[in-house]
Design a binder for this molecule. Structure first.
Ligand code: AMP
Length: 399
């Protein structure tokens, strides 16, 4: 059965670690109140002159704030720590881009994309605009715009990642609804391994997302650099992922697009799920319009059957394998159809270098029958995960 026409995300190329695949919209990325203190580093101003050390990093969990006309920052979470990190020099990219890129949208699309967290019914934040921030260095470019490191001008000064999305490009790609859903889902999530979305605002042409700053960048890059991860590192990521996914499922959200490209690393190297482009509110037992990177699709999606949150269990098994082996388990260099077939047959071959405990966990997650996949709390209790987990008592000395 050739399902390739239904795939609206590209599959990864063989040797995929060498090349990042575009994430579907990849809208939301953020900071967490669990981020640990950063060492203070003298800050440079936009003009490059050194300035006073500023406190940053804290991802303030903005409590529901009454709509206000001030541009003040979200209130800091209790017990939060804000230490200085350098935001770097701004390159003027937002203005340059804005002159050449995008156009003003009108009609229903304009209404759909008039996104402003101060007007949110669930968790209104204060009003924000571009002038609320001192701009810092570029963090990266996404499909719909650039991402910058910024700091709020108001005290207490928070460091964030500010992501710009061009409305007309969103409309061109017909992803208005997906972006809205992604933002709605992400702004309500609070977990140390899920990137926070603090707020958002818009102007005529752009939407801006105030995201938690993921200090150690993309996990994908680390995996490319190292080829694969040690058992210990892989196990810790799997532990954090299982915890985050369990939290998501408890909120009736299915992620559906777990893969290294959608994961960021916090300042202490902790994993952060940073992309909710394909997530849905469960139950989502509708028939699949295939989404997600091909290599991470479970059999039920490949076979066009209904699916549940158990798709994320499968993806966690694929992820564990890829961390340890450097390639996803069902990758087939001869093309999509071959990969589908391998997934549908659960044609799993685990290299002998993988420990028997890790092998056991992967096999328990990569079960054809979704109901037979190891539940996430059991993943966290699995001997391979427990063995490598940092004990609270030794956390201080661990890297
Ligand atoms: P995206 O559009 O989400 O793919 O973002 C483009 C690039 O910006 C990513 O590949 C990251 O390198 C960087 N980036 C995005 N969000 C963040 C964030 N919250 N913290 C740090 N870097 C980010």
């Amino acid at each position: 059965m050739d399902l390739s026409t239904k795939i609206d995300k590209p599959t990864r190329l063989p040797g995929s670690l060498l090349q990042k695949q575009p994430s579907q919209t990849n809208v939301a990325k953020l900071l967490s109140k669990y981020a640990a203190p950063n060492p203070t580093i003298p800050k440079k101003t936009m003009a490059g002159k050194s300035a006073a050390v500023k406190l940053a990093v804290e991802p303030p969990a903005p409590p529901p704030l009454a709509k206000s006309n001030s541009n003040g920052p979200p209130s800091p979470a209790r017990g939060s720590t804000r230490l200085g990190i350098e935001t770097g020099r701004y390159d003027g990219g937002l203005e340059t881009d804005n002159e050449k890129r995008g156009s003003i949208v009108s009609g229903q699309a304009a209404e759909d994309l008039a996104l402003d967290s101060s007007a949110s019914r669930v968790r209104p934040t204060r009003e924000w605009n571009l002038n609320s921030f001192d701009m810092g260095r570029p963090l990266g470019k996404g499909k719909f715009g650039r991402v910058y490191m910024v700091r709020t001008k108001c005290e207490p000064k928070y460091t964030l990642a500010l992501k710009c999305l061009y409305k007309s490009e969103i409309v061109e790609h017909k992803v208005e609804k997906q972006i809205r859903r992604e933002i709605e889902i992400q702004q309500n999530l609070r977990h140390p391994n899920i990137l926070r979305l603090y707020g958002y605002f818009h102007d005529e042409k752009r939407i801006f997302l105030m995201l938690e700053f993921a200090g150690k960048g993309e996990l994908y890059k680390q995996l490319s650099k190292h080829g694969c991860f040690s058992e210990r590192r892989s196990s810790r990521y799997v532990d954090q992922m299982a915890d985050a996914l369990n939290y998501l499922h408890s909120k009736h959200v299915i992620h559906r697009d777990i893969k290294p490209e959608n994961l960021l690393l916090g300042i202490n190297g902790e994993l952060k799920i940073g992309d909710f482009g394909w997530s849905v509110h469960a139950p989502s037992n509708r028939r699949t319009t295939l989404c997600g990177t091909l290599d991470y699709l479970p059999p039920e999606m490949v076979l066009g059957k209904e699916h549940s949150e158990k798709v994320d269990y499968w993806a966690l098994g694929v992820l564990a394998y890829e961390f340890l082996c450097g390639v996803p388990p069902f990758e087939d260099l001869s093309g999509h159809t071959a990969t589908y077939k391998r997934i549908a047959k659960v044609d799993l071959k685990i290299p002998s270098k993988v420990s028997s405990e890790a092998r056991d966990l992967i096999q328990k997650l990569l079960q054809f029958d979704p109901e037979r996949r190891l539940p996430l709390p059991d993943v966290r209790r699995h001997p391979w995960v427990v063995k490598h987990r940092i004990k609270e008592s030794s956390r201080v000395n661990s890297t």
